[in-house]
Write a protein that binds this ligand. Structure first.
Ligand SMILES: [Zn+2]
Length: 350
């Protein structure tokens, strides 16, 4: 889903009080587990690639040089896989890419070139949206660069996600595990600054990953406290400043949701979160599926021939990747069905 169709999905989510899971995918089994979960849950799905995920999709035998070509090509390959299958699964799928810092802008430029090429042929971009994460720069520079890119993206109906403030923890090589706690909470004024910078360029064609005590990854509880109320206060502030009708003038994105309770997630959704990223929890579910498969079939996985049923018995059906990777897919699908519940999105398309 791209352009206005994508906005329709987001507005359906906001109006009906649910959010869409956005899953970091690094290989086709994870993509297919996402599509399977979306079909079972009868709900939309956001499939996203990180820079490292894209490079992995392209194959680790290729070096991802400074031009980021391998990461670009891997993301394009993943997107084409999704496009070939999504309609067949019969669920709305949104294609997105994750965090892009200033150093990775060549990756972003490459993705936009792929979108522009696709748009010229098909009248829509290859990806529904992309994230630009310049939260390590000043908010002025963040907005200046984001506005420039949004202008280019709006011309091909591509949506932009930006980040302000700092998401704690560590993900894909960005380590924020030692920042000062006060920097982990966005101020309403900062969120309004984003609105002021981007709304005139492409109304409602952007979302904001704000900091409300969210942390990438799963950690034992520290001194950072998830505070969804920050999002409610920001919505109120923007509404007052603009004098608009909507109680939720901003689309919020929830990064670092792993380990949050259903209650906390639903509170954030109530304040206008329309997308929640999932990475760590599906990395675990995928591994957990393999782990349990190996434990169950251990005696059949020690050699190509020979198991408790006989020294001559073949083990092909146990070590075939389709067997144990299928267990990983099923465990991941189950984890995503729980995420749909957390996000109040089960059966969202009924
Ligand atoms: Zn993130």
């Amino acid at each position: 889903m791209t352009g206005d169709d994508y906005l329709d999905v987001l507005n359906h989510a906001r109006a009906n009080g649910y959010a869409i899971p956005a899953v970091n995918c690094t290989m086709s089994p994870i993509i297919n587990a996402c599509l399977e979960a979306a079909k079972k849950a009868n709900a939309p799905m956001i499939i996203q690639f990180s820079n490292g995920g894209g490079a992995y999709m392209a194959g680790k035998g290729l070096k991802n040089e400074a031009d980021q070509k391998a990461a670009v090509m891997g993301c394009v390959a993943g997107a084409l896989h999704v496009r070939a299958l999504a309609e067949f699964y019969g669920v709305p799928v949104i294609l997105h890419t994750d965090h892009c810092s200033k150093a990775l802008l060549p990756w972003f430029d490459g993705l936009l070139e792929a979108n522009e090429e696709y748009f010229a042929k098909h009248g829509e971009p290859l990806f529904s949206s992309h994230m630009l994460d310049l939260s390590e720069e000043s908010i002025e520079e963040n907005m200046e660069i984001s506005a420039k890119y949004l202008k280019r993206m709006a011309a091909i109906n591509c949506f932009l996600e930006v980040e302000i403030g700092i998401t704690g923890g560590e993900e894909d090589g960005v380590d924020n595990s030692d920042v000062a706690p006060e920097d982990l909470y966005s101020k309403p004024e900062e969120i309004y600054q984003v609105y002021e910078a981007l709304q005139p360029i492409a109304p409602d064609f952007y979302s904001i990953a704000a900091a409300f005590g969210n942390v990438h990854g799963v950690y034992s509880p520290g001194n950072v406290k998830l505070t969804p109320k920050i999002l409610a206060n920001a919505q109120k502030f923007v509404k007052e400043k603009t004098g608009g009708d909507s109680d939720k003038p901003v689309y919020f994105v929830f990064h670092g949701g792993s380990g949050s309770s259903r209650e906390e997630i639903r509170e954030a959704v109530g304040y206008g979160v329309i997308k929640m990223n999932i990475d760590t929890d599906t990395q675990w579910s995928f591994w957990d599926g393999v782990k349990n498969d190996e434990a169950k079939n251990n005696a059949y996985l020690q050699g190509q021939i020979g198991n408790p049923e006989g020294a001559e018995k073949p083990n092909k059906k146990y070590y075939d990747p389709r067997a144990w990777i299928r267990s990983a897919e099923q465990a991941t699908c189950d984890r995503l069905l729980a995420a749909y519940e957390d996000l109040n999105a089960t059966n969202a398309l009924r």
